[in-house]
Structures are given as structure tokens and as C-alpha cells.
Design a protein around this ligand. Sequence first.
Ligand code: BTN
Length: 275
Amino acid sequence: MVLYENNNFNNMKVPLSTNSLNLGTKYLGRNTLYYPEVESTNEIAISVAQNGGPEGTVIIADKQTKGQGRLQREWYSPKGKGLWFSIILKPNIDPIKVSQLTLVAAVATADAVSKVIGLSPGIKWPNDLLINGRKFCGILSEGQIGNEGIDYVILGIGLNANLDFYDFGLEIRSKATSLKIETGKHIERTQLFREILCQLEKCYETWLREGFEPIRLAWKEKNITLGQLVQVNSFQEVFQGKAIDIDNGGALIVKDKNNKIYSFNSGEVSLSTEY
Ligand code: BTN
């Protein structure tokens, strides 16, 4: 494992040593491992967490060659154009609540983008961030639960900062975007990275202290899924109905045309035209 202390984060300009980043957090990112290129920051974070890496450790890379997305997809992570990082958390909570953490991360990241960029992203369940109907940020959470509860949770955040339209492959051009495309301006990544960690620490602590309800309400305020006709692909089955709520575990509640209620803990949601 290499820790690039005081190493310039390429064109991020600000050195990514934990002190000079001036984080303003208590523990998130205080131990930050920067790599110019990795296969996947989530993969490294898992091995760091398994080897005793403390809560709050962040693994960040300038490029990923095998970035992992949800549902076994690849996450395109070209050099210098995004924020590709993974955070290690070790919450002492009932493992049943662990899926709520991805919603915590989505709310925090959306808040940080609003604050720094001035655009208010919508959240598509569970944790895709969209602007003008196109996705610019996704979150992949992975974890391990042992006999004594949660061993660790990894929150892997991929945010398209400075990708251009032609950086995206043909098949995702109509669905993907970047903050640069949406604002017409180059995005200074360090400031955004810092703000995401600040907001995440804040939301994480609220969640630990007060439970899921404040996060659920914040998520609902930003969501673009509820009230919509949706198609949910879950475990190779397809459901159609109206997304009506998220429950107090973060599951999506969908009502079909026969008023039958379904609840989804995982899956892929797209807007549907049929009911
Ligand atoms: C999604 O499919 O929406 C989730 C994408 C998550 C990508 C990030 S980039 C940093 C971290 N490392 C990975 O390999 N994946 C996550």
C-alpha cells in the first residue's frame, strides 16, 4: 500500500495530504490514501477495511481501470475528469439498517453539489444523482457483516466532474452527463471533494444520532422517483407501478394497477409509460 503524502493530485492543484486539504471534518478523510491509478477504489477500500483501516479512511484515485458500478456494470472513470473515491465506515448499528447508508450518501452528495456548484440534483432511487434527467453521480455500497455486527461498509462514490459529451460511449450519451456539461464550466474537484466529505460526516452523524427519519425526509425532498410510474427490474423480474414512498428502511414502495403493494430493497428503476 502506498500513501502519497503531500503528492499533488495531478490537476487538482491542492496537495492531497490530509492536513493540507483543510478538510473541516472530524474523521472523514483524515486518513486519505491517494492513488494515481487503480482498478477500483472500492476494491482497495475493502482490503484496507479488512486489515484494520479506521473509520473515515478514504481511498481516492485519479483514474480507475475497472471501476465498478451497481448491478455488475462497469463505471467509466477516466483520468483527471471525475471524483472516484471510496469511504470506509464502521457504524455500530443493527445490520438491518445498513442499506440506509447509501441514501445518507446520496443526500449528502446532493447537498454538497448544491452548495459548491449551485445546481440542485434530483435523486433517483436509491442513490443516482441526476441533473436534467441525466445521471452524473452513482454510489456503490458494499459491506461485511460478522458475528458481532457490521465489520465495515464501503461507500464508493463516482462523480462525473469534467467529462465531455464525447467521453461517454454512444450507448449512455443520452442518459449520462457531467457537472461540466451542465454548467459549461470546468469543475474544481478538490473543493467539491472536501464539501462531499463535510456533508457526509454531517448526515452520517445525524443518522447515527437521530435515526433514519431526518434522512428519509431529506431524501424525499430531493427525489425524482416518487409519484412517478416506474419499471423496477429486480432479481431478473420486471415490475410496473407507481412509486409511492420509501419506507423507514429505505426500501422503495410501488403500487401496481391492482393496488398490490411491493417493496424493493434493490433493483434498477426506470420511468415507465405503462401502468
Ligand atoms: C452506480 O452504478 O451508479 C455506482 C457507481 C459507483 C462508482 C464508484 S467510483 C469509486 C468507487 N470505486 C468503484 O469501483 N466504484 C465506485
